[in-house]
Ligand binder design. Structure first.
Ligand code: ADQ
Length: 491
């Protein structure tokens, strides 16, 4: 309500991310729009009431013809989405190239592409030009949607130049930027050839957010060491201009999961799974098939566990759901083969005619199937080598609160979630296979009272630190920042 007691219109929030929450598939003259899984989509699905949200991004398809662009724009408008159109070459250079082959591995401590250093350096320059070009295309679409009073929230490493382009178009625009991956130590970040350009562009935003305090600290150190700016407790200062930098840990929409568990469809599915798994302990892994998720390490730890503990053979199984992503990138293709090879070897070594130790699925699951798996398994294995936050661990905790099941979360210390769920989970270093197999044993044999205690702790965290609270806090802090252009007029 405003001062006169009238209902105030909800604030308009323009959420800008590389991908829209839906993928478009062309079907003749019409479009099939499907929800695309991923951490950012899951989190923002939890951001409902308080804002009138418009989502701006790429729909995952090249639409060269004008007629198709108009009809897709109309179809997406019904879902509150506005498309950015990117051609195949831009997608290849900007998305597959600079985003997925340069920034993603660098931000997860894998480092820069090295196969042929000279060629990699040359292609990095042209990929950076495509990255800039794509960010400009995003800026044009944002500007076409922008109305005075809107708040613009840019997401992730794909759009680091976007705040600068937006501010050039309208210096009064309120712009926030949030990174969903880790921001690495400045010693890693400073290997990036065009390191200063990206930092300067991001610093034009009014508020910069990270999942954890450590990532925020790494960013501030990169700005002080590379740009020679001053780090303050509130952010980064450049000749009197302060850019706020802070930690805003993301969450999920726990109610979506808790309510799903009460539906007949999920209850039926849980019953089926329990019948199928009867008499055995079940461990679960749910990951995008990505090198950062530590899937081979998880499989090797399970193999060592079965090797060292013959008494557990045929008594425990691992369900590993691995959604393929970035399937055009050779490194991801190699990872898929590697995972299939290890799964085949373990199933060959420890399986029998009637028993398979690893159930590995290379596909996405429907929401009700995912909830049922979360609820009916005894242990979740989240073994990321690096992970901004990791929402799978939150979703598992949200689905484990029944008396029947108080599953144990084994969680990598290199996931941002280790800082929030660390007290309830068993923390592991995923590079240490021996430690991981010990954690598997600990999780499978943990007494009920300890399981309850740990789960209670984590459940409280997950249900109080929600996606809604995350977005509310970020946007209200962004609202509270005074745009630099306004400050100048005040001075
Ligand atoms: P992601 O790397 O995608 O996200 P994560 O946070 O675990 O990782 O989220 C994955 C999401 O996809 C979850 O909501 C999960 O339910 C869904 N999902 C995964 N596998 C699925 C399957 N087989 N079927 C259906 N759904 C599946 C990025 C960062 C993370 C960060 C998030 C949010 O890498 O570190 O936590 O963004 O900021």
């Amino acid at each position: 309500l405003n001062e006169k007691g009238q209902h105030r219109a909800a604030q308009r929030l323009l959420v800008v991310a590389n991908r829209l929450p839906v993928s478009a598939i062309r079907e003749g003259d019409s479009w099939d729009l499907r929800l695309s899984p991923g951490g950012l989509v899951s989190a923002l699905l939890g951001v409902k009431q308080n804002f009138e949200t418009r989502w701006i991004g790429w729909a995952g398809i090249n639409v060269p013809d004008e007629k198709g662009r108009i009809s897709l724009t109309e179809a997406l408008a019904l879902k509150g989405c506005v498309p950015v159109f990117l051609d195949d070459d831009t997608v290849d250079q900007y998305y597959n190239g600079y985003c997925n082959n340069v920034l993603w591995p660098l931000f997860h401590y894998i480092g820069l592409p090295q196969e042929d250093r000279l060629a990699a350096t040359r292609s990095m320059d042209s990929q950076f030009n495509a990255y800039n070009h794509a960010n400009q295309l995003f800026a044009q679409v944002v500007f076409s949607q922008y109305q005075e009073g809107d708040v613009v929230w840019c997401h992730d490493y794909h759009l680091m130049c976007l705040p600068e382009f937006l501010k050039e178009m309208d210096c009064h625009m309120k712009v926030g930027w949030f990174l969903h991956t880790p921001f690495p130590s400045s010693e890693i970040y400073r290997t990036l050839p065009l390191r200063s350009e990206l930092l300067k562009a991001v610093l034009t935003a009014d508020l910069i957010g990270f999942h954890t305090y450590d990532y925020a600290r790494h960013f501030v150190s990169a700005c002080t060491r590379i740009l020679g700016l001053e780090g303050t407790p509130d952010g980064v200062e450049d000749h009197g201009k302060l850019t706020r930098v802070a930690a805003f840990p993301i969450g999920i929409d726990p109610e979506r999961f808790i309510q799903a568990l009460e539906t007949d469809q999920v209850k039926f599915h849980i019953k089926e799974l329990r019948r199928f798994f009867a008499g055995r302990k079940v461990m679960l892994g749910v990951d995008r098939l990505d090198m950062i998720k530590g899937i081979p390490q998880k499989l090797l730890a399970f193999e060592m566990f079965l090797e060292k503990h013959p008494e557990w053979r045929e008594k425990v199984l691992l369900v590993q759901i691995a959604v393929p992503t970035r399937t055009d990138v050779p490194e991801y293709q190699r990872l898929t083969s590697q995972v299939h090879e290890i799964v085949g070897r373990i199933n060959g070594r420890f399986g029998s005619v009637t028993f398979v130790p690893i159930h590995h699925l290379d596909r996405s699951l429907a929401f009700h199937e995912l909830c049922a798996l979360y609820a009916s398994t005894d242990v979740a294995l989240v073994t990321s080598l690096r992970d901004g936050m990791n929402l799978v661990s939150y979703e598992y905790v949200a689905c484990q609160n029944s008396k029947k099941n108080q599953g144990v979360l084994v969680l990598s210390e290199f996931a941002g979630a280790a800082q929030s769920l660390g007290a309830g989970a068993i923390l592991v270093n995923p590079w240490n296979i021996r430690e991981m197999y010990g954690a598997i044993e600990g999780a499978l044999t943990m007494p009920e009272n300890e399981r309850n205690e740990r789960q209670r702790h984590n459940f409280t965290h997950v249900t109080t630190h929600t996606a809604q609270a995350w977005a509310d806090t970020f946007v209200s802090e962004l609202n509270d920042t005074i745009v630099e252009a306004e400050l100048r007029t005040l001075r």
